[in-house]
Write a protein that binds this ligand. Structure first.
Ligand code: NAD
Length: 417
């Protein structure tokens, strides 16, 4: 895994796409720079009475198309630049999916496994208090990301509503159903990754039935992608998490592997595996589909020449560095970019926000149908741009389409003062 600065990767991706657009340099700089970044230090009492300080960020990148939108990550590797990059990717993801939202992202520098649930609640509520003046249903709407989920979202919502003396479930998405969450939200990211992969297979004239699949990262995004693609008839031959990977020629049953990971903490050691493998070995397997679903920079320029998959559907944000992307392009690997492939999370977050505002809730079938339609339609939009404008990759096509949408909204609003 490379240590390429993800914010630099985002800037490179925008520069690459900007070559195909007629935009002034100042305008492009604006599209590469967050509007504001909150950096705060949370002082929180631990169970033993001591005080610990946690650095936390919230980046509001661009709000031209609607309220800032994006998750909150708990990870020891969170940095200011990582949060800036993730918030920018959200801008271009909401634009690629054509939903009326901007982009933001937050994070706390923490390994949550080192803390009790009560400590995590106090840390989350301390962050929510700092966020309260910045967020709001029409201002900035956070969501889950790595190591956060419904529990943290419910704490943030409750803290916000208590301070503001209101009920406003749409201030955050990814909530539990009983707190105003949406059906289908937990599965949405894995689902869009698989729907996008299936469109890519159809585009290439390849059959998904019987195709071999490797999934790196077995958290929310990765395990759901594995489960859904298995249900569509593909063979999930390799999966991994931060402890390592496992291989089974005949396909794993993803639900059984998930159950094993829930009980033991890792996929490694799963009894039905043929053998164990490292994450790099998993990424370079000769499979039809590779789904990176862990963190940024999983595939760098050292690893890229060894990638043997035909299609990559990016469940993670930024799993391929720009230099690696160029190599994969030359080797004709079809990469479905993160800003479409994993957009399911934010698309269903948008549906959750709509339902919260209307106080009217949809069935799971309706959520899934509307999500599938969004991903299929926007995949086609990217293919049209890729072919008709002779663009070098689907990623550049996605950025070209998204940048045009953000620029149009910005121009409509004008510059003030
Ligand atoms: P998660 O915390 O549920 O799971 C992350 C998984 O990755 C875990 O299984 C972990 O063990 C594994 N992992 C961590 N480091 C690894 C490494 N070096 N090698 C292999 N595996 C490793 O997180 P998630 O919500 O599934 O998010 C995963 C990715 O998907 C992130 O890039 C996130 O930004 C992106 N994403 C998530 C959502 C969402 O709705 N959850 C939406 C869009 C994008």
């Amino acid at each position: 895994m490379s240590d390429v600065n993800p914010y630099q990767s985002l800037r490179t991706q925008i520069d690459e796409a900007a070559q195909y657009l007629d935009v002034a340099d100042g305008q492009i700089e604006r599209l590469k720079t967050p509007e504001r970044v909150l950096e705060t230090n949370l002082s929180v009492e631990m169970d033993d009475g001591s005080i610990e300080v946690f650095r936390a960020y919230r980046s509001q990148f661009n709000g031209d198309r609607g309220p800032y939108k994006g998750g909150i990550r708990y990870h020891p590797g969170v940095t200011r630049d990582e949060v800036k990059a993730l918030s920018g990717w959200m801008v271009y993801k909401t634009a690629t999916s054509d939903i009326p939202l901007g982009g933001g992202k937050g994070g706390i520098v923490i390994d949550p496994s080192d803390y009790s649930e009560a400590e995590l609640e106090r840390i989350t509520r301390a962050f929510a208090e700092e966020l309260t003046p910045l967020i709001g249903v029409d201002r900035d709407v956070p969501a889950p990301d790595v190591n956060t989920g419904q529990r943290e979202m419910n704490w943030i919502k409750d803290t916000y509503e208590t301070i503001e003396n209101t009920t406003e479930p749409g201030v955050i998405t990814g909530k539990d159903i009983s707190s105003g969450g949406s059906e289908g939200r937990v599965e949405a990211t894995g689902r869009s990754t698989v729907v996008a992969a299936s469109e890519a297979f159809e585009y290439l004239g390849k059959d998904l039935e019987g195709a071999t699949v490797a999934v790196q990262g077995y958290g929310n995004a990765g395990w759901i992608a594995a489960k859904l693609i298995y249900e569509m008839g593909a063979n999930v031959v390799a999966v991994s998490d931060s402890s390592g990977g496992i291989y089974r020629e005949e396909s794993f049953d993803p639900v059984a592997v998930k159950e094993f990971k829930r009980e033991t903490g890792s996929v490694v050691g799963y009894p039905d595996a043929d053998r164990e493998l490292t994450n790099d070995e998993l990424l370079t397997l000769d499979v039809d589909l590779l789904v990176p679903a862990a963190l940024e920079n999983a595939i760098d320029e050292q690893l890229a020449p060894d990638i043997a998959a035909d299609v990559i559907s990016e469940a993670a944000n930024g799993p391929i560095t720009p230099a690696a992307d160029e190599i994969l392009r030359e080797e004709d690997v079809l990469v479905v970019p993160d800003i479409l492939a994993n957009a399911g999370g934010v698309v269903v977050s948008y549906f959750e926000w709509v339902q919260n505002r209307q106080r009217f809730y949809w069935s799971e079938d309706r959520v899934n149908e509307e999500l599938d339609e969004t991903i299929v339609d926007q995949f086609q939009t990217l293919i049209d741009a890729y072919e008709s404008r002779d663009l070098p990759s689907l990623r550049i096509a996605a950025y070209v389409v998204a940048l045009e949408r953000v620029i149009d909204a910005g121009e409509e609003a004008g510059t003030w003062p």
